[in-house]
Design a protein around this ligand. Structure first.
Ligand code: MG
Ligand code: MG
Ligand code: MG
Length: 307
């Protein structure tokens, strides 16, 4: 039997990689041969986690064959998924995002919760299904890392009380008792941006979205020093403009998020920056958004509700 492929979204983040690994491990425990895959390069934050655990990154998935059995984690929108997803057989989705541009021809398992992270849902699966038995140290560390990453160590408005409780429990199981120090070290590992080109910066954590015929893209980088990224504004804008032209994007927002203070500076370009200007003033294409760190809960609604 061909194994089931488990993967998160393009431009994978720590949740997409860690939750794929844990979900594949859950499936393998229940005699469903499964393999975690990735849809792009591993970022530095995720590399920190894998190095800490002495684990290899999942294999790169480039193309899906027709009828391939898959499980999607941490995403559902086809635009963020693997090439050929329309022809794959989607057995299951485990996700914590809005549902959009998703369609199947057959019934499936679909688990979604408005939690801060896919791994919080996976933790719940372990609790719900005693037959899965104990969470291993490694699985606990993967899930803990994913939750800390997605919630920015609980600073994001996407973080729920339940996410925090789950991290505390996973800290005990994983042996990462001082999860705050570990989490900050992990997040900081992801803020080393100086050796990345501007083209890499705008694709590091980028999502393409669509609503009511509007094609937009929101990219985000984490930093501890917004000005160190903003001094590259001219070249960042060049790359954004090229992407807008090549992909026919109506609005491109690049968010530079200060993970220590919990704010973001955005650069907004494209024909439809008027949507952004309904909530904030753009000066030289930029705006400082106090308390804004979440694409899902803050940036996407700011666009969707103003178009
Ligand atoms: Mg994600
Ligand atoms: Mg996630
Ligand atoms: Mg994210």
């Amino acid at each position: 039997m061909k194994e089931i492929l488990v993967f998160g979204h393009k431009n994978p983040d720590t949740d997409s990689i860690c939750s794929s690994l844990v979900q594949a491990s859950i499936d393998n425990r229940t005699n469903m041969p499964a393999k975690a895959m990735r849809l792009g390069n591993i970022n530095k934050e995720t590399k920190f986690v894998l190095d800490y655990l002495g684990m290899q990154a999942p294999e790169l998935l480039t193309n899906l064959e027709e009828g391939q059995k898959v499980i999607m984690v941490d995403h559902n929108e086809f635009g963020q998924s693997a090439e050929g997803i329309q022809k794959a057989k989607i057995l299951e989705v485990i996700d914590h995002h809005r549902i959009s541009n998703f369609e199947t021809s057959e019934p499936l398992f679909y688990t979604t919760r408005p939690y801060g992270c896919t791994s919080t849902i996976l933790y719940e699966e372990f609790k719900r299904r005693p037959s899965l038995q104990k969470i291993s140290k490694e699985e606990a560390a993967l899930m803990l890392s994913a939750i800390i990453s997605d919630t920015l160590l609980f600073k994001s408005p996407t973080c729920t009380k339940y996410d925090i409780r789950v991290v505390e429990e996973l800290a005990n199981i994983s042996g990462i008792k001082d999860f705050k120090t570990y989490g900050m070290d992990m997040l900081k590992a992801g803020t080393a941006l100086d050796d990345l080109s501007e083209a890499e910066l705008i694709n590091l954590d980028a999502k393409s979205l669509e609503k009511n015929g509007l094609t937009y893209k929101i990219a985000q980088v984490n930093t501890v020093d917004i000005p160190s990224v903003m001094k590259r504004q001219t070249n960042i804008e060049k790359e954004m403009q090229a992407e807008i032209k090549n992909k026919g994007i109506d609005l491109f927002v690049f968010a530079i998020t200060d993970i220590v203070n919990g704010n973001s500076e955005i650069i907004a370009l494209g024909e439809r920056t008027d949507i952004i200007e309904k909530t904030c003033n753009l000066v030289n294409h930029t705006a400082f958004l106090e308390g804004v760190v979440s694409r899902k809960k803050q940036l996407i609604p700011m666009i969707d509700n103003n178009m």
